[in-house]
Design a protein around this ligand. Sequence first.
Ligand SMILES: [Zn+2]
Ligand SMILES: [Zn+2]
Length: 265
Amino acid sequence: MEKQKISNFHTHTHLCHHATGKPIDYVRIAKEQGCSELGFSDHCPYPDLQEINWINCRMSVDQIEEYKNDILEAQKEADFKVHIGFECEYDRNYVSWYRDELKGHYGAEYLVFGPHWATYGDIHPYAPEFKHDKKLLALYTDQVVEGIGSGLYSILAHPDLFMSGWHEWDDEAKACLTAILNAAKDKDLPLEVNGLGIYRGYIETSRGPRLGYPYHEFWEMVAASGARVICDSDAHNPNDVISHARNSRNFAKEFGIVPIESIFS
Ligand SMILES: [Zn+2]
Ligand SMILES: [Zn+2]
């Protein structure tokens, strides 16, 4: 039996230096694996590269045209809609960059909010490496909630990413994910079940092995809240583009969650 076609709005390309494949490679495999709609959301460039640990994982500004052209080229081979977007952090100093340049001038159809880091002065601690630093998690929470409130984004990627390094389901973790869930629900911003997290697999904790992220208890909360959910692959390899998005849907199904299939309808 032919598998049901599904969408994916979280897709990277070789331009970010830690993914492989061009848009055409993703489109070809998406077609084979059964795709209804595909969005590219490679890590966004920044107009200056002072952000030391943000540099090596993204394209440069002068590669945006190549990115767009490659996506337009790939669209020709697709029998489904293909969209251009970016995955961005949230830094209040770059709001006009995200809104007026990436969405305005460069014509991105959507932005994915990828809260990978806390911004702490000019350093950016990585969310899975907070090492149970409660102050850092509180700062991160405030920044993610502010980012959600900015209205810039169409998807909140891997909201529970930090849980891959925060092994306890303690008051701080609960407070963080409750605040993020409430903010997303207020804005009607879809929360993403991330297929890359499922692929990365299990970690050891004092309560035994569990997925680093998506984090089981959080998705129980999401299911109970009735917030909107989207299931994406976060593909960094063409082979994963739809298969990982199917894994996300299977995960959501365990909680009785019915994900949205498009951010454009
Ligand atoms: Zn990436
Ligand atoms: Zn991503």
